[in-house]
Write a protein that binds this ligand. Structure first.
Ligand code: LLP
Length: 433
């Protein structure tokens, strides 16, 4: 399986580049960070995040809007601080995320609460803080929220999540706007739900929302969803219920493997044209982008532990695993994998399956990758800023990786590596026998 044709040219996300043979994030060589902090190590570019955010801000400039970063994509405090300080609100889905949002300095009124299963405790916690909006996903949830708010002598600001029955044309596990999904309220039941909400003393209708899926690479599903939502706004308002804001969710994809999603500003140019044409151009627009703000800002640096050539497959065993990078195991997702120090152009490359140390065949990070590497070499798994660290686990009692944020030629450790003691801190051993 060894070839001598040299290595294919790699395409790198913005703010990642080879200088000579060394891979840099902004002005910082990744190899230096790996030596300093060990591996596996997540490294993020602040400039990459801010430039992704700027594309949305440019697209929505001149409009009343709020960009609520969907923090499930990456909820590390320093990442939240970076985006909050740059003007983002936050989209949360749990009481834990609410606490993180507050710890990162978010203004509660700029936080919206999504998710199908909010508990009473979470509702109380959010109401007490003065959350901006609850994006409600069922009639049952609406009734519980009404009761909780009345008990507290408050009115909960609500938006109903519409399931527009639009195919986002993405992986089935991350498609959320189809009838068969657990998310949102079916289009045909939305008007009744608003009538009901408008009559609840504990609720105050403020908006409408939808989110059709993730890693969406075309504009068409957004345009279709917008039409469906605007049809509903027309009928809800005809029933005398005012809708202050319209929330179009998140979902815009990134380039993992040559994917070419529209740029955020280009997408919004098209969406605003529709909004204007239908006479809703002056409404407050909310969005909930996650992946598109942070996904291509991050990489996971990992060390090659062993080369294990075989008859059918060559395995490259690295020190990052499915507990750090769960997307390949979960969605067969593709992440580019590149060396931190580029081999000479004529170095022989071999085709490897890049796998982790976890005891599962599902623990793979990349398949059939041409790489010229030795044990001890360092690799970067790219596009790892979203849904990696935030989905990391302790499977096999592996500590979660450390994280570093790069800003120009400076680098900050934003999370220390988790030790085994950190992991069993909350466990209670049995008494001695
Ligand atoms: N709003 C709501 C209500 C959501 O459920 C999500 C993501 C977002 C916004 C943000 O979507 P984004 O802009 O990041 O696409 N773990 C999967 C992705 C799950 C997405 C869940 N919901 C992955 O690694 O691909």
């Amino acid at each position: 399986m060894t070839t001598t044709t040299g290595l294919p040219a790699v395409s790198l996300p913005p703010y990642f580049a080879y200088h000579g043979q060394h891979l840099l994030v902004e002005g910082v060589p990744l190899q230096r960070l790996a030596r300093e902090h060990g591996t596996p190590l997540f490294v993020y570019s602040k400039a990459a995040m801010l430039s992704a955010l700027t594309a949305y801000q440019r697209g929505l400039a001149g409009r009343k809007h709020l960009i609520c970063y969907a923090m499930k994509a990456n909820s590390s405090l320093a990442i939240l601080q970076t985006l909050v300080r740059a003007g983002c609100g936050l989209d949360i889905v749990s009481g834990g995320e609410l606490e993180r949002a507050m710890a990162a300095g978010a203004e509660p009124s700029r936080v919206i609460f999504s998710g199908v299963g909010k508990t009473r405790t979470e509702m109380r916690q959010a109401l007490k803080l003065g959350i901006g909006c609850f994006n409600v996903e069922s009639r049952a949830e609406l009734d519980v929220l009404d009761a909780v708010a009345r008990e507290m002598g408050l009115r909960a600001p609500v938006s109903v999540r519409v399931n527009p029955n639009v195919d986002a044309q993405t992986h089935p596990y991350i498609s959320t706007g189809l009838k068969g999904n657990k998310f949102g309220i079916a289009h045909e039941d939305v008007l009744d739900t608003y009538r009901h909400a408008a009559g609840c003393a504990g609720l105050r209708v403020v908006g409408i929302d939808c989110h059709i899926g993730s890693q969406i690479t075309q504009a068409a599903p957004y345009l279709d969803a917008m039409d469906r939502v605007l049809d509903l706004v027309e009928s809800i308002e005809a029933a005398g219920i005012a809708i202050e804001h319209i929330d179009f969710g998140g979902g815009l994809g990134i380039d993992y493997q040559g994917d070419a999603p529209p740029q955020a500003d280009q997408l919004w140019k098209q969406l605003l044209a529709k909004l204007d044409a239908r006479g809703f151009g002056n409404r407050t627009i909310m969005i909930e982008p996650g992946r598109s703000l942070v996904g291509n800002a991050g990489a996971c640096v990992t060390e090659v532990l062993y080369r294990k050539p075989g008859e059918h497959k060559n395995f490259l065993i690295v020190d990052a695993a499915m507990n750090d990078l769960p997307r390949p195991a979960l969605y067969e997702a593709f992440h580019r994998i590149v060396p931190l120090v580029q081999a000479d152009g004529d170095a022989p490359s071999t085709t490897w399956d890049v796998v982790g140390p976890v005891c599962e065949s599902g623990d793979w990070i990349g398949r059939d990758r041409a790489l010229a590497v030795q044990a001890g070499d360092l690799l970067a798994v790219l596009s790892a800023g979203a849904y990696c660290m935030s989905m990391a686990s302790n499977y096999n009692t592996r500590g979660r990786a450390a994280e570093v944020l790069v800003d120009g030629d400076k680098a900050w450790l934003i999370r220390s590596r988790e030790s085994a003691a950190d992991q069993f801190r909350l466990e209670r051993p049995l008494p001695a026998v």
